[in-house]
Design a protein around this ligand. Sequence first.
Ligand code: ATP
Length: 442
Amino acid sequence: MGSPELMDRVVNLAKRRGLVFPSSEIYGGFRSTWDYGPLGVLLKRNVKDAWWRSMVQLRDDVVGLDAAILMAPQVWEASGHVATFTDPLVDCRNCKERFRADQLPASGACPNCGAKDSFTEARSFNLMFKTHVGPVEDAASVAYLRPETAQGIFVNFKNVQTTTRRKPPFGVAQIGKSFRNEITPGNFIFRTREFEQMEMEYFVPPDDAARWYEYWCQERYRWFVDLGIPESKLRLRPHETEELSHYSAGTSDVEFDFPWGWGELEGIANRADFDLTQHAKFSGEDLSYYDQESDTRYVPHVVEPALGADRATLAFLLAAYEEQEVPNGKGGSETRTVLHLHPRLAPVKVAVLPLSKNERLVPVADEIAAALRAHYMIDVDVTGSIGRRYRRQDEVGTPLCVTIDFDTLDDKAVTIRDRDSMEQARVPVNELRAELDGRLAL
Ligand code: ATP
């Protein structure tokens, strides 16, 4: 399948099956904002849970935080966002469309109307959304919707460090919404103006920063592989010197082979002591750390892996999507669409399917579903042929289907059908839970 086609198919599937809808659709949409539907909210939550599990739950050196979206405006002065969180903006004089100057094609032609050398001089455009706090809309009441979650962590460094009595190296992880007034949003949920980030700030003694930076680059790359993205679709790309922020001692991006080419999934940056030093300067608080053992005081350096939950969700969807030709049982073949999502990410883990709507089968199916519901996200589907119901589950990535048939009434066994191999196995009902647990390996 060609790449643009793959993107169309995935967007289409997302809309058709309630993964992702265009926002405010009944009003014609609101450019480039998206709403997650019943299955999409499960998928994105699973992506976030997988991140939280690997970054917080499975480690003893990282704790969590949930900071406010609205913060004191001085935060964004200190962080440099007020002065420098800008993109260079140009207008096409011919069609009036706006573009980021750093994303124009080398040919110099307008990507919208094709006019040559039609661009205005580049102007700096600040990406932060401004709002006012309180009833008076004057300069003193300006506040910003956070353009990244990281600053909430830096300003809480001391609170977290003292309350948890942590000693560097330790990290603080956070998941939450961020807002950027992007000039050119697009590519579905890849670049939007409202999105969710999953960021972790890892505070380390200055001499150890380079080592931890390498560690986190490898660790974060591995996370995507472990959740099923093939290595052929992933790469870790170190930034060239001229790409680096002035304070960065090293940045690498985990990139994914999107249908339009390689694009950033996650950035891992060695930010040195920039953030804590800036906040110490602007707030007047001492944000250094006193290490009793060595009797030294230092400002911790920071290694930051920063990932977008929406962008990651898109990458998992694209990597999982496949159309296969399979026998249709009538001697011919048909196309089956399947999302090979990792079981941890799959919105629904197990579908419970009575062979028909028969009044003896449905209550048994309901009883089995009720028993499983406490443990996994379950779907019960009774309508349509069993083949069609398997296809419906395949295309939203449900790893396992449990079918209840007339034999179940006598032998107290059900059929488990595997999404990827399509193989079926008979399992006694009283062993079902253990069997599902083993297969899902959550
Ligand atoms: P880009 O170069 O694509 O604009 P960035 O380098 O500005 O991204 P960071 O500031 O490093 O991005 O943000 C960390 C992560 O947050 C990105 O890797 C991406 O996954 C996500 N992200 C950033 N901007 C957006 C956006 N507008 N929409 C969706 N996700 C985003």
